[in-house]
Ligand binder design. Structure first.
Ligand code: HXC
Length: 511
């Protein structure tokens, strides 16, 4: 027996070396961790249980029969984070560039199937040169098998992706199908085709960073949700993100114990809105003042900054926070911010996470750039997302809620459960200037004083929360300093909310 045990240990030892000690050292030199170290950092100590350590590829082309690496370039299994069951796969770039073979794909599919069956999140640590070129069609089939599972898991279990190195070709679509994608600055990139192919097809000269680096995908394309400076920060971000998410769509997210009293009076809030309603202020300041311990985990902080999205807790209850940002483009809704908001609202709704919305929005952005970019279709996305959401929806209007943007931002009419406004709220069809010009165009054309009078009258009559409050569209006009308490109470009241949509195969969101 001892012989057999020794053989097993020797085989294990060989498998643990991945593509070999030299390649692993090279990875370290380039400032990267290896695939196993990443898993160790991610999971609770000693909790990892590995599958398929001895699985090898079946390729006999291009001399591949001479190259066998037990595990075939991906480490898969399960473990815990903060005691919660998690499934994981981590690609090993030292084995044939982390490329995806038929068997590599089978290993990933196995843990995805188990995650779905057992209702636990799956985390992918991606580091791959794409389809294994020596295998051809089998590796393409492998990708498609993974994509199919990504779609089946979508909205059922949380799927998180960290891009730790290259992510090229087919490798990009699986992360794109998951709920959140993180990238490591200067160490990771995502693109369909690399610079060489780009040069051939479009004659563009571009380097990997400019084509698909973390900066590009978190500021311009919106493909990734967070860029971090190093791999340890990526692992820590995954752990934090997970703390707001439930195990699956049938259970609520975990409660986070806090000593922060819900009734904390926040007098600064009373003086935060500038007296000139066209002056900006930082909505993040309000968020930090009202959330438990001032903690806010922002998603996509550098993309479409006119809308803020992210997670926080109120009296221990995890929420998705959506807020217009007056500090950036006056908080207007445009194509990118509508898409950003819509996707986040749907993610929260899928995973039973209540949505708290802070509103200060002058409207939708007008003009040809927006119209040609499809603002009608894209604006409809955020409208659709809020309207279909059945999780608790608590809305606070701090200042402007004009026109279509009033309707869209979790209004009472879109099944908002609790809609409060600050006394500074302006809830109306449009701003005074535009309204007065439309109503009294000729009359005021050469009469500055009359125009001013009409504007003042309009503001006093319409640019307040009271017209909406008189109709019950606003449940109460609240003291800003009591905002935290009112949100905490509303969320507690809504804890057992149950709402449904009509039975159907699925809705038809304007994609
Ligand atoms: C097989 C691969 C590979 C791949 C890398 N390697 N990618 N082997 N298939 N896709 C191997 C290399 O041959 C090399 O082997 C080792 O991994 C390390 O790669 P290097 O090129 O030396 O590393 P680096 O300089 O860091 O460059 C990394 C890289 C580059 C940018 C990712 O390897 C690259 O461009 N790979 C191909 C990317 C690509 O075009 N993928 C698309 C595949 S088609 P040795 O033995 O020399 O160390 C696809 C379509 C699927 O994915 C569509 C599904 C929808």
């Amino acid at each position: 027996m001892q012989n057999k045990i020794d053989t097993l240990l020797a085989l294990r030892q060989q498998a643990l070396q991945g593509g070999g000690i030299d390649r692993q050292k090279k990875r370290h030199k380039s400032g990267r961790l290896n695939a196993r170290e990443r898993i160790e950092l991610l999971l609770d100590d000693g909790s990892f249980e590995e599958f398929d350590l001895f699985k090898t590829h079946r390729c006999t082309q291009f001399g591949m029969e001479q190259k066998q690496f037990p595990g075939d370039g991906v480490i898969t299994g399960y473990g815990t984070i903060d005691g919660r069951l998690i499934y994981v796969f981590s690609q090993d770039f030292t084995v044939v560039g982390g490329s995806l073979s038929e068997t590599h794909a089978e290993k990933i599919c196995k843990v995805m199937d188990m995650a779905l069956k057992n209702g636990a999140p799956i985390i992918g640590l991606n580091d791959s040169g794409g389809a294994r070129i020596q295998e051809g069609i089998e590796s393409l089939a492998g990708y498609a098998e993974i994509f199919q599972r990504n779609v089946m898991c979508s909205g059922v279990i949380p799927q998180l992706s960290a891009i730790m190195g290259p992510c090229a070709g087919g490798a990009v679509y699986s992360p794109a199908l998951t709920d959140f994608t993180l990238m490591v600055r200067e160490h990771s990139y995502m693109f369909l085709t690399g610079p060489k192919v780009v040069k051939t097809v479009t004659h563009e000269d571009v380097d990997v960073e400019t084509l698909g680096g973390a900066e590009v995908h978190t500021t311009r394309s919106g493909v990734a949700h967070l860029a971090v400076d190093n791999e340890r920060m990526a692992i820590s971000a995954l752990q934090q993100l997970l703390s707001y998410l439930p195990q699956n769509n049938m259970v609520p997210p975990p409660i986070k114990e806090t000593d922060d009293p819900p009734a904390r009076n926040i007098t600064q809030l009373n003086g935060l809105i500038p007296s000139d309603s066209n002056r900006p202020y930082d909505m993040k300041h309000i968020i930090e003042l009202i959330t438990d311990d001032g903690i806010f985990f922002e998603i996509q902080p550098d993309y479409a900054q006119n809308i803020i999205i992210g997670f926080a807790h109120f009296n221990g209850i995890a929420v998705g926070l959506v807020a217009n940002q007056p500090n950036h483009m006056a908080g207007v809704l445009d194509n990118n911010s509508s898409i950003k908001g819509a996707r986040f609202v749907r993610c929260c709704d899928a995973f039973n996470i209540p949505i708290v919305t802070l509103v200060d929005v002058p409207g939708f952005m007008p003009g040809t750039v927006q119209e040609y970019g499809g603002i009608i279709r894209n604006g409809a996305k955020i409208l659709y997302a809020y309207a279909e959401a059945t999780v608790p929806k608590v809305t606070i209007t701090t200042r402007k809620a004009y026109g279509g943007a009033y309707c869209v931002m979790s209004s009472k009419h879109l099944r908002g459960d609790i809609n409060y406004a600050w006394p500074s709220a302006e809830i109306a069809v449009m701003g005074a200037k535009g309204a007065v010009e439309l109503l009294y165009g000729k009359e005021i054309a050469n009469d500055q004083q009359l125009m001013q009078e009409k504007e003042t009258h309009y503001n006093e009559t319409f640019a307040t929360p009271y017209a909406a409050a008189q109709r019950g569209y606003i449940d109460d006009v609240i003291l800003p300093e009591r905002t935290r308490l009112r949100i905490c109470k509303a969320l507690t009241m809504l804890a057992d909310k149950h709402d449904t949509n009509p039975p159907r195969k699925h809705g038809n969101i304007p994609l």
